[in-house]
Design a protein around this ligand. Structure first.
Ligand SMILES: NC(=O)c1ccc[n+]([C@@H]2O[C@H](COP(=O)([O-])OP(=O)(O)OC[C@H]3O[C@@H](n4cnc5c(N)ncnc54)[C@H](OP(=O)(O)O)[C@@H]3O)[C@@H](O)[C@H]2O)c1
Length: 481
C-alpha cells in the first residue's frame, strides 16, 4: 500500500454502518487509517485499518495518544439503540466532544463530522438532532478545518423497510409516506469523504447529502415488496400516533423518545433530500438482500470488480449481474454523447460537430479530475478513479511511472465501451469523439500535465494506453485554488 503524501486519518465509528463504509473506501484509496473502537472484534474487516486504537469516547482518559500523528479525524459515532443507557447525550454529544478535544490537543488539521439532514430545523423537535447539531457547532468553532455532512437516510435505514416486508409481510409508514428522500450508500458516502479530505475547496462547509435516486417513503416500501416478489401491504400510522407514543415513552426511556421524535420529523417533512452523491442504487441493494446477502455484502456487491480469478459461485454471479445493472445507467450517459454528436453532424457536418463537442470540455475535465489528482501523485489519483471507469464496464489498471523528477502514470484500459456505439452511429472509430477529445481537454485544463495516447483498442491494439506526466513539484498546484 502506498501512503505517500496522503493525510493520516482516524475513523471513529468504524464498527458501525457509516464508518465501516468510510473505512473500506479510505483503505481502498490508499490512505493510512487508524480505527477507534471499544471492541475491535466488531470491526468487519480489521485489514482495512493500519492501526486499531482501543478506547471509549465516553471515557476521555482512554483517548490519550489517540490522535497522535493524525491529520484528519472522521466521526460517525452515535447511539441508535432503544436501550436506556448510555443516553445519546452521553454518546452522540459528550462522546464526540471528547473526541474533538483529543483532536485539538494533538493539532489535528481537519475534523469531519456526520450530523443529520435539516439539522437546525430538526433540532427544535428531535433531541438527537439537537445533540448532533451542538457538536457540529463546536466543530465549526474548534479552529480546525471542518466538514460537516448532514446526510439523509442511508441504505441501512432503508433495509428496515425490506426486513419488515420480508419478515412481517407488512410495512407501516409514519404518515402517508409521501415525504421525499434520496437514500445514500455508505460506500458512495465514503468516496465523498475521501474527496473532502483531499480537496481544500470542500473544507469548512456544511453539506446536506444523499444518494443518486429520490423516492417517497411509499415508493421505498413498494420497492421492498417488489424485490421480494410479494404483494405490497402498506399501512399508514397517523403522525399523532408517533407523537403520542413519544410522549408516553419519555419518562421511561429517553433514547426511545428521542428516536420517535426523529421519525416524527422525517414523517412530517415533505422533503429531506440532499445533494446527489454516487451511483449505487437502492433497487440493486434490495435485490442483493433478497438473495440472502447480509447488509454489508449486499452493499459491497454493488461495487464488486469483475475478475477472472473470482470464484463463480451463485452469489458472485448475482453480484456481477447487479454490478452490470449499475453500469447500464452509466452507459446511458455515454450513449447521450453519441446521440448529441449525431444530431450536430446532421446539421453542421462532421468537422463542425466535433468542434462543438469540444466546447466546455476542458472545464468539465477540470471539475472531474481535480479532486483526484490534486495533492497526490498521479498514480494515486488514477487508482482512486478506477471504480468510476468500472461503472462504464471498463477494466482499468494503473502503473506508476514516476522517475527522474517526473510524476508519471500509465493508464491501461482493457475494454473500450465505445466501439459498438461508434459502429451504430456510423463512425469508423470512436476515438475522435471520445478519448482524443478528452486527452486534448485535459491538456488545456491542466497545462503542466502532458498527456499522450500510446495505443488504441479501436485500431486493433491489445489495450488502450494513456501516459500522463508532470514535474513532481507541480503535484500541489492543482489544489483547486
Ligand atoms: N444511518 C443513517 O441513516 C444516518 C443518517 C444520518 C445521520 N446518521 C447519524 O450517524 C450516526 C451513525 O450512524 P450508523 O448508521 O453508522 O450507526 P451504527 O451502525 O449504529 O454505528 C454507530 C457507531 O457508534 C459507536 N457507538 C455507539 N455507541 C457507542 C458508545 N456508547 N460508546 C462508543 N461508541 C459507540 C458504535 O460502536 P460499537 O460498535 O462499539 O457499538 C459504532 O461504531 C447515527 O448515530 C446518526 O446520528 C445516521
Amino acid at each position: 500500500m502506498n501512503h505517500r503524501d496522503l493525510p493520516r486519518v482516524l475513523v471513529a465509528g468504524g464498527t458501525g454502518y457509516i464508518g465501516g463504509g468510510v473505512l473500506k473506501i479510505l483503505q481502498q484509496q490508499g490512505f493510512w487509517v487508524r480505527a477507534l473502537c471499544r471492541a475491535p472484534h466488531r470491526l468487519r474487516e480489521p485489514s482495512h485499518c493500519d492501526d486499531i486504537f482501543v478506547g471509549q469516547v465516553t471515557r476521555p482518559s482512554t483517548l490519550k495518544g489517540l490522535c497522535q500523528g493524525i491529520d484528519v479525524v472522521f466521526s460517525s459515532i452515535g447511539t441508535r439503540s432503544l436501550r436506556r443507557k448510555p443516553t445519546f447525550w452521553e454518546v452522540d454529544y459528550q462522546g464526540n466532544l471528547n473526541l474533538l478535544e483529543a483532536a485539538k490537543q494533538e493539532n489535528v488539521k481537519h475534523f469531519i463530522f456526520v450530523s443529520v439532514v435539516r439539522g437546525s430545523e430538526m433540532a427544535r423537535l428531535s433531541p438527537i438532532a439537537e445533540a448532533r447539531e451542538k457538536v457540529a457547532q463546536a466543530v465549526k468553532e474548534s479552529g480546525m478545518d471542518y466538514t460537516i455532512f448532514a446526510p439523509t437516510g442511508f441504505f441501512n435505514d432503508m433495509a428496515e423497510f425490506f426486513f419488515a416486508a420480508q419478515k412481517r409481510g407488512v410495512i407501516r409508514l409514519f404518515g402517508e409516506g409521501l415525504g421525499r428522500i434520496n437514500p445514500l450508500s455508505s460506500l458512495d458516502f465514503g468516496e465523498e469523504v475521501a474527496r473532502a479530505i483531499l480537496a481544500s475547496e470542500r473544507r469548512n462547509t456544511v453539506r446536506e447529502v444523499g444518494g443518486c435516486e429520490t423516492f417517497t417513503h411509499r415508493q421505498i416500501a413498494e420497492l421492498a415488496f417488489q424485490s421480494l416478489d410479494k404483494e405490497p401491504r402498506i399501512y399508514c400510522l397517523s403522525p399523532w400516533v408517533i407523537s403520542l407514543g413519544a410522549t408516553l415513552l419519555r419518562p421511561f426511556n429517553y433514547n426511545a423518545y428521542a428516536l420517535f421524535k426523529f421519525f416524527e420529523f422525517i414523517a412530517s417533512t415533505p422533503d429531506v433530500t440532499g445533494e446527489v452523491l454516487g451511483w449505487r442504487r437502492l433497487e440493486d441493494f434490495f435485490a442483493n438482500l433478497a438473495q440472502g446477502m447480509s447488509l454489508v455484502s449486499a452493499e459491497r456487491a454493488l461495487c464488486l470488480r469483475r475478475s477472472s480469478n473470482q470464484p463463480q459461485d451463485s452469489t458472485t454471479l448475482k453480484a456481477v449481474e447487479v454490478s452490470s445493472q449499475v453500469s447500464q445507467l452509466a452507459k446511458t450517459k455515454l450513449r447521450a454523447r453519441f446521440e448529441q454528436f449525431a444530431q450536430l453532424r446532421a446539421k453542421y457536418g462532421t468537422a463542425k460537430a466535433i468542434e462543438m463537442l469540444r466546447e466546455g470540455l476542458p472545464e468539465r475535465q477540470k471539475t472531474l479530475m481535480n479532486p483526484f489528482i490534486a495533492l497526490v501523485p498521479l498514480a494515486e489519483g488514477f487508482r482512486r478513479s478506477i471504480p468510476i471507469f468500472e461503472q462504464l464496464g471498463m477494466e482499468m489498471e494503473v502503473v506508476d511511472l514516476s522517475n527522474q523528477g517526473k510524476d508519471g502514470v500509465l493508464e491501461i484500459q482493457r475494454v473500450c465501451p465505445y466501439r459498438e456505439l461508434a459502429a451504430e452511429f456510423g463512425l469508423s472509430s470512436p476515438c475522435q469523439i471520445t478519448c482524443d477529445l478528452e486527452v486534448e481537454a485535459i491538456q488545456q485544463a491542466f497545462p503542466d500535465l502532458k498527456g499522450r495516447i500510446l495505443s488504441k483498442l479501436a485500431r486493433g491494439d491489445c489495450v488502450c494506453l494513456f501516459k500522463y506526466e508532470r514535474e513532481v513539484n507541480s503535484t500541489a498546484s492543482h489544489d483547486g485554488k
